[in-house]
Ligand binder design. Sequence first.
Ligand code: MSP
Length: 639
Amino acid sequence: MTEKTWYVTTPIYYPSDNLHIGHAYTTVAADALARFHRLKGEEVWFVTGTDEHGQKISQKAHETGVSPKEFVDKIVGFIQNPLWQSLGISYDRFIRTTDWDHKRVVQSIFENLWERGDIYKGEYEGWYCLPDETFWTESKLVDGNCPDCGRPVERVKQASYFFKMSRYQDRMIQHILDHPDFIQPSSRRNEMLSFLEAGLEDLSISRTGLDWGIEVPNDPEHVIYVWFDALSNYLTAAGYLTEPERFARVWPPDVQLVGKEIVRFHTIIWPIMLMALDLPLPRRVFGHGWLLIGDTKMSKSRGNAVDPIALTKTYGVDAVRYYLLREVPFGADGSYTEDALRLLFNVDLANDLGNLLSRSTAMIDRFGQGVIPGPHPFGPLDRHLPQLAAEIYEQVDQAMSQLLISDAIGQIYRLIRAANKYIEDRAPWNLAKDPARQEELDNVLYNLAETLRVVSVLLSPFLIETPEKIRRQLGMDQPVQSYREAIYGAFQGGERIRRGEPLFPRLDLREGATAEPGAPEPAQKSADMSQANYISLDDFKKVELKVGTIRQAEAVKGADRLLKLTVFDGERERTVVSGIKAHYDPQTLVGQQVVLVANLKPVLLRGILSEGMLLAGSAGQQLSIVAPSSRLPEGARVK
Ligand code: MSP
């Protein structure tokens, strides 16, 4: 028998607006799980997509003056590319509820349940929350508003088809009790059990007076309720009715990731639909927390949405993926701040990982003439890294099987940090002074290269560019193919490395640091590294210094030290955010000439893209902008 394909899904998103990093959070997590299972050699079916019908989308489209299909086509196109493309989302099927096969599936499900007597026609009278597309009875409202989102509801009274959910209440409770893994984390399980025990009502599953949706078979006045339509996507995308062979391999879903606000749909309505169809239920529905801004959920309607594409442009795809996967333990709510992202960038990515690679390759270059030496029989001090790597190989696997993505990354970081400590403990620069200790030195260099190789494998479900970059510097051209490659010992010694650019050039985290010389490198702890304090003339020439003139200056709201400057560089005006507010009155700066670092990577500071930095000297409390001693044309090179 062929093995079951590992099936993972995200919610399908409403294309009513562009998506934000809250949506990216779910999708990147699903992607990491999918990549991990592929790495383990499993067949994977990873599905994401868009929920395109319903009153909300229809209204939005009419407000914009285009048809609903035109409206969604545009947003969906953008979601596929550039959004998911730029985050490296490796879905196997992108399902749209406007796809032809989906319509067929939804209508067949409806007919099937009608024939079984699970659907009947009646009259619905109650309330409807438009933003959530949810029906509510009077008794569930809180102060007359939607109990989920707190927004106003509208009265609905119309003929409707109903799904006999009440019939399945006891079976559903029993299923949850018998399958402790079905709803995760377990706190959400108790919530759902209380909801079920309070009593299930039949669900209205059609609307009249709305033409944007899938018609009820043989009764075109009615369109099928958008949630009934949307939940069925998981069946369509698995090939239900249209690709029976795939369906046999893929069904049921192994993990369905959903935000906590839609756990109820996925652990009550959805499994009851499947019970009624005599289909196996998903193995796990995982309700994760929200990304918050301050105390509130990030959302487009609240105006606090953060654009993932802008973040990837500033920090690179891997830093954004790393932040989303590592910072917020999967399950809990977490606050998003760009400062936290920047900090994680410097500490975990630049310092711990980036430095490990650059220090290791620098030493292999210097002490091993660019060739990975050894290994020779290990002494006691050299056995720790291989042992730890073997332990972490198991731990990462275990954490991932429990969907503890942040913990899995934390385990990998134990290895990275241990390798950095190993460098300090073994001080290869001292070993190099004593020819009698050549084998020890070889083993240290070998262990560092081998650990980095293992790290490149372990990180590959989470980061999509970095593992390849690490491998290239280690002289490996093959991409990571299997989790087993994370078993220690593949390097034989004798491989030639290729040193390269830093993986994650450090960000200057000081507020307004763009006006000051770059942040000091992390403390240089070893003699070996102190050599790196010299730069060559060629290095210096990489810094493009130009004369510019400040044309506008204003304080940055909410920042004590920052000014926003508009600087003309001879070709164009650029914005530079600079930490000189305490030293200059903005008005006096207009017309001031400055020396601009023109090729510094732009960074976001307090939401403003800063495109360069001004040179300034400082001593204690004093700070003074560096400028030519007599006026020069803007754009003049400083060298
Ligand atoms: N279309 C429905 C889902 C149907 S699934 C059959 C829907 N769409 S949505 O566009 O509102 O997206 C909801 C999902 O986006 C959430 O369940 C969650 O996975 C993700 N998130 C949206 N905002 C989020 C945060 N602020 N934080 C974390 N996830 C968030 O509901």
